[in-house]
Design a protein around this ligand. Structure first.
Ligand code: FES
Ligand SMILES: [Fe+2]
Length: 444
């Protein structure tokens, strides 16, 4: 659909259903990039991805190729990855170190880490008598309009106006507090590099799925059952009758049956954010856990430790582009590439000061549940692709989000699913409500 032909988008979103074009129309996708991804706060990366001056990482914000770079003064900048001379991308590699300054590979214009122009070859003779003004911002690499960081997690907005990061995050900020508070040193550090997966479907399908409590015991049932069979066989052969914890990470998809997911709860917030409660029960009383507990109690005291460990979170969705699994120190950043193509970056982190065994446990979950190598991820990817194919067909006009509609509990600033209605489609309704609001506002 051509942009000028896009009809009134408010008619595309009803409280309990959404028109299929919202997922499939290329014109609507372009508007989403302008009004959502290139305007609101998008996660760039963690400060520990760029520890040294000159370290940079490429990051896609909406349609814009950007660079997150560490300056000599320790500040993290986010710049458009574009040379102001003739438009060459400044950095072709995904990440690296620029050295003392950026140097364009085409004609050797150089720039400070802040993006400010530093030098142009033979500048005096080359530009004598021209209108070039080396102090013009046009000749520096353009920075993101706003950059803010919270507990090491760097966000950028390409619009100069809008709520600050903390206001925007609201209660979803717990994602970063929960992750960092679990570290004896109160900080996490990124494990270098991530998994990257491109799914052939619209970005919103991924965001909806992240807090869709109805799907795990259906979509991942076969994977869970297979793991459970092996888990039982191994358990039989051991003295204690227990299989390694990693089997539980997968078998839970079969043993936590569909009715049990109703015990979870979703809490939905302004801007489209959402928390799915329900911890995975990965706190056995084994020696590794007890050693970690001891370090934490020594650091924080019993009372604060109990509070930290008692945070009841499964996932936090930070709309429009981030899904955080804070108790297991991992997150997925969503980078829309086209109306039917979406990149997800799957990152994980170390708790600073925690024993290696605790890291290994999170790594096992990362590999077994969130990586492209696992059947769990493949199960979801198949659904995403099939959903997109179905939505692109003429088989129906609407996507239905009516489950438990009208039963949600509304309080100022939040909408929760009702008790025993954890499989409510309240998070999808909340996301689309936020989407409609974003889309009704003009681009920056
Ligand atoms: S395009 Fe970068 S120096 Fe010419
Ligand atoms: Fe899933």
């Amino acid at each position: 659909m051509r942009r000028e032909n896009i009809p009134d988008l408010s008619k595309f979103v009803e409280p309990d259903r959404v028109r299929r074009e919202v997922y499939t129309d290329a014109g609507i996708f372009e508007l989403e990039m302008e009004r959502i991804h290139e305007k609101h706060w998008i996660y760039c990366g963690h400060e520990t991805q760029v520890p040294k001056p000159g370290d940079y990482y490429q990051v896609q914000i909406g349609r814009q190729p950007m660079l997150m770079v560490r300056g000599k003064d320790g500040r993290v900048h986010v710049l458009y990855n574009r040379c102001p001379h003739r438009g060459n991308m400044m950095c072709g590699d995904r990440h690296g170190n620029t050295g003392e300054f950026f140097r364009c590979s085409y004609h050797a214009w150089t720039f400070q880490h802040s993006g400010k122009l530093r030098s142009i070859p033979m500048m005096e003779s080359g530009y004598a008598g021209t209108r070039l003004n080396k102090d013009s911002p046009e000749l520096s690499m353009k920075p993101a309009a706003r950059v803010e960081s919270y507990r090491g997690f760097v966000f950028a907005s390409l619009a100069k106006d809008g709520p600050d990061l903390k206001t925007f995050l609201g209660k979803s900020i717990v994602a970063f507090d929960d992750m960092c508070d679990r570290a004896p040193e109160g900080e996490v550090e990124v494990v270098p590099n991530c998994f990257r997966v491109i799914q052939h479907s619209n970005w919103k399908l991924f965001m909806e799925n992240q807090i869709d409590a109805l799907h795990p015991s259906v979509t991942h049932q076969s994977t869970g059952r297979a793991a459970h069979e092996v888990e039982k066989q191994i358990a039989k052969k051991t003295k204690k009758g227990e299989a390694p914890l990693s089997y539980h990470m997968l078998s839970a998809f079969a043993t936590v049956t569909i009715d049990k997911w109703d015990n979870f709860q979703t809490i939905n917030y302004p801007y489209g954010h959402c928390i799915l409660t329900g911890y995975m029960g990965l706190r056995p009383q084994d020696p590794d856990t007890l050693a970690y507990d001891k370090i934490m109690i020594k650091k924080y005291g019993q009372k604060r430790f109990d509070e930290i460990i008692g945070v009841n979170i499964h996932h936090v969705l930070v709309y429009p582009g981030l899904s955080v699994q804070s108790p297991l120190q991992q997150l997925r950043a969503v980078r829309p590439l086209g109306v039917d193509r979406t990149l997800t970056e799957i990152w994980h982190f170390r708790l600073k000061g925690a024993p290696e065994a605790i890291y290994r446990r999170s790594l096992a979950y990362y590999n077994l549940v969130n990586s492209p190598a696992t059947l769990i991820n493949a199960d979801d990817l198949e659904n995403f692709w099939k959903c997109h194919q179905g939505l692109a067909s003429d088989g129906g006009d609407w996507v239905n989000f009516a489950r438990h509609h009208g039963h949600d509990i509304e309080k100022p600033g939040e909408v929760s699913s009702a008790p025993n209605q954890g499989t409510s489609e309240a998070p999808m309704r909340n996301q689309m409500k936020a989407w409609a609001k974003y889309m009704s506002e003009q681009a920056a």
